[in-house]
Design a protein around this ligand. Structure first.
Ligand SMILES: Cc1cc2nc3c(=O)[nH]c(=O)nc-3n(C[C@H](O)[C@H](O)[C@H](O)COP(=O)(O)OP(=O)(O)OC[C@H]3O[C@@H](n4cnc5c(N)ncnc54)[C@H](O)[C@@H]3O)c2cc1C
Length: 538
């Protein structure tokens, strides 16, 4: 038994921020527990290395969903980071806040103070946006997230993509991250050519504080309660059971799959699910693990009449050249994401808000190679991709434990495309891509007709193709959502679990609704706000 003020479960995007902020004053004893290993690994530091970590079981939970009727009965592969930095150590590096109305909807759902005007100040406090080559100078003790505008390093196809957008009156911006309503070159979380995960930005600078303890390779198995107050966590470390006491609070930051799993394993969740596994119910809370939302996307592949990244990453000669450039100068394709251009746009002018996130990549891949992410195996021809996902899908799934054994993966039931609105949106967005592929800017780059002849396809054919080929964009959230009513939510606006003392959830699980773009940025913001509120209470 050891005593701490705060115990943080999970050193991911959110957990690393909490560890930094809560230990900064030196007044509190903070324990950070991470199931995975250290992030001091080559393929985590090298930005393009996410193609390798995508299937690497040493740093990845590698979950699978249950077969889902919405995607023609397929199981969806759910990678999640299992390493210091969590999913921010293995993600595709895109940095995007989403849209102002995402957060205004959070506030409207019963969470005053989470509107965009309020949270924009938090974003401003931790982001450091710089152009590529200009990102040095952040002292190691300063916990800021390095967000790089890598436009000048991106593949020349970016100009075609920008022209294409203009030709169909889609707004183009150099600053899509902050503006929300436009396409442009993506900003990425790198610093001087290496990944700037949440661990690099927030945890590493704090690592030597005497009041902060990080334990890796430790699995938290259960939260312990006394009279509905969270008092301790039971863990497995090197095959031994260990318990740590929390004098003030237990802070769950295990991510949108594992946080609800841990709550259910601890007796907080739907009573039938808990009882079926033989565990004792502490609090019947049907919303724990419910309301799962995720982005679901598809790529359309094009053969190009000019070299693309396929000609670099798909050939040994190109890889060796790129490797030398990276090792000597920390520049080139290995220092970047392959998601280089995109943003949030309207699929048709009558939409009130942008409803479509675009991914326009100067690289193509279409074959599934078992155990390898397709981007490490691009198509043999010069090719590129134009893809989309819906910004705000409304289908909801759930996460449920199957057993009292914490080592057994929970059942993930996404219920993709279970809402008709999401199916209708797929058709509108695919039609937008159809218009994009007809623009002069795209047609002049093609060496063959588009592989998917969208303009000849019926709505049913488009939907069936989508169901057959779509993939998660890796943004599960909302499984312990925030709200004022315990009948419909798990945590209150201060992220405290309704009906339980001394326990907050502080990660992507608490989003009341999915945000329009990639979810790392909003998770980091949630964690910063959580830390402010925890310190204000303490
Ligand atoms: C392949 C991939 C690509 C992505 N691309 C992007 C992108 O380009 N841009 C973007 O914005 N977002 C992206 N995302 C999503 C984004 O990274 C996540 O939304 C965000 O990191 C979630 O943060 P979190 O703190 O909620 O969870 P995580 O960062 O996943 O952290 C949870 C941590 O808790 C640990 N943990 C879990 N259970 C236990 C336990 N029982 N005991 C101890 N530790 C535990 C985990 O190992 C993990 O380290 C991507 C995600 C993936 C997987």
């Amino acid at each position: 038994m050891q005593d701490f003020d705060y115990i943080i479960v999970g050193a991911g995007s959110a957990g690393c921020v909490l560890a930094d902020k809560l230990s900064a004053s030196g007044r509190h004893k903070v324990l950070l527990l991470e199931a995975g290993p250290s992030d001091r690994r080559f393929w985590i530091r090298v930005p393009i290395g996410y193609g390798i970590s995508f299937h690497d079981a040493t740093v990845n939970w590698k979950y699978q969903s249950e077969p889902d009727p919405g995607i023609n009965g397929r199981r969806m592969y759910f990678p999640r980071g299992r390493v210091v930095g969590g999913s921010s150590s293995i993600n595709a590096l895109i940095y995007h806040r989403g849209q102002a109305n995402d957060y205004d909807d959070w506030a409207t759902a019963g969470n005053p103070g989470w509107d965009y005007k309020s949270v924009a100040k938090i974003y401003d406090s931790f982001e450091q946006v710089r152009k590529v080559g200009d990102e040095g100078g952040i002292p190691p003790t300063c916990s800021r997230l390095s967000v790089t505008d890598a436009t000048t390093s991106y593949h020349p196809m970016k100009d075609q993509f920008a022209d294409m957008c203009k030709q169909i009156q889609l707004p183009v911006s150099r600053n899509p991250v902050m503006e929300g309503h436009s396409a442009g070159p993506y900003f990425i979380t790198t610093r001087q050519g290496t990944r700037c995960s949440s661990a690099v930005a927030f945890l590493h600078p704090a690592a030597n504080r005497p009041n902060l303890t990080l334990i890796t390779n430790i699995m938290v198995q259960r939260i312990g309660f006394q009279d509905r107050r969270a008092t301790n966590v039971d863990c497995l470390l090197n095959g031994r059971k260990v318990t740590f006491n929390a004098g003030r609070e237990v802070l769950l930051a295990a991510g949108a799959i594992n946080s609800p799993q841990l709550l259910q394993l601890s007796g907080v969740g739907p009573k039938d699910v808990i009882r079926d596994t033989g565990l004792e119910v502490v609090l019947d809370q049907p919303n724990v693990g419910s309301h799962l939302q995720d982005h679901l996307g598809v790529d359309y592949v094009y053969k190009a009449n000019r070299p693309t990244l396929n000609d670099v990453l798909g050939r040994w000669s190109g890889r060796i050249r790129a490797g030398i450039e990276y090792l000597t100068r920390r520049t080139g394709p290995l220092s970047l994401s392959v998601n280089q251009f995109g943003g949030l746009v309207k699929s048709s002018p009558d939409r009130v808000f942008p409803d479509t996130q675009l991914y326009l990549n100067p690289l193509s891949y279409q074959t599934f190679y078992k155990g390898r992410r397709a981007l490490t195996k691009p198509d043999k021809f010069s090719g590129f991709i134009m893809g989309f996902n819906s910004c705000r899908p409304v289908s909801e799934g759930h996460v449920r434990i199957r057993s009292s054994d914490p080592k057994m993966a929970p059942a993930i039931i996404p219920n993709y495309l279970s809402a008709q609105k999401d199916v209708d949106d797929v058709i509108c967005m695919a039609r937008l891509i159809g218009r994009m592929q007809q623009t002069p800017a795209i047609r002049e780059t093609l060496s063959a007709p588009p592989l998917t002849p969208l303009e000849k396809m019926s709505d049913d054919e488009i939907v069936n193709d989508f169901r057959e080929r779509c993939s998660t964009v890796f943004h599960p959230c909302c499984t312990a959502r925030m709200g004022s009513d315990p009948k419909t939510s798990v945590v209150d606006k201060c992220l405290k679990v309704h009906g339980i003392d001394g326990l907050r959830v502080c990660d992507a699980s608490v989003f009341p609704n999915i945000t329009s773009a990639n979810t790392n940025a909003p998770t980091l913001m949630v964690a910063h706000r959580a830390a402010e509120m925890i310190l204000a209470d303490g």
